[in-house]
Design a binder for this molecule. Sequence first.
Ligand code: GAL
Length: 252
Amino acid sequence: MSPGENLDPIPDCFILQPPVFHPVIPYVTTIFGGLHAGKMVMLQGVVPLRAHRFQVDFQCGCSLYPQPDIAIHFNPRFHTTKPHVICNTLHSGCWQREARWPGVALQRGASFLILFLFGNEEVKQVPCSRALPQGLWPGQVIIVRGLVLQEPKEFTLSLRDEASRTPVMLRASFTDRTLAWVSPWGFKKLISAPFLFYPQRFFEVLLLCQEGGLKLALNGQPLGSTNLDQQTLERLREVRISGSIQLYCVHY
Ligand code: GAL
């Protein structure tokens, strides 16, 4: 038996590629094991003062010719009055429909850190409903991830019980830029924190069930809690999401 033969093979997804420092641009490398859910690619750099654009292409192969398909073309552009990012896909030599992201947080002359996180979440249609067959118990978590649409009006996350009542609803209003817990009688308890939803930006709402209520975090920032007795929590049967968002994930 040769050394190492008794070791279990390491699955591709656990291969951590060594970082490459100061690579010469254009830089091409292979992503070991391919781009699967859970993969993260981190990029650090500085945008030159006179930069017009740069691009990061996640492409299907390294050949120069024929040009490989590009699954994700991430292309910040700085030469226009409003810097923006273009995302697109190149299929059989043809660009598909561009997605344009305004308000890019990248600037000429400034350093940046970009994290590409690859998941396997598909867009779900809103309104969207998920069953909570056992209700909510301390320690359980509901996670909702989505993308705010361009001209949003509101986003709601309602928790409904077996009698289709809504003991509690979380409502983000884009018209007055407020986030609030809404009671079944329409009473609004405003959450006093900066409004963290922005058009065309991703968000993550996390609700943690704890004794006596639900704790809320938005984009990883704790935003307090709302009181609900355990009986009410146990009787919840459904989480319903609606509003001006593209929904990617409802995890329970
Ligand atoms: C084209 C540009 C390409 C690529 C593409 C994306 O206009 O020449 O380099 O950025 O847009 O849609």
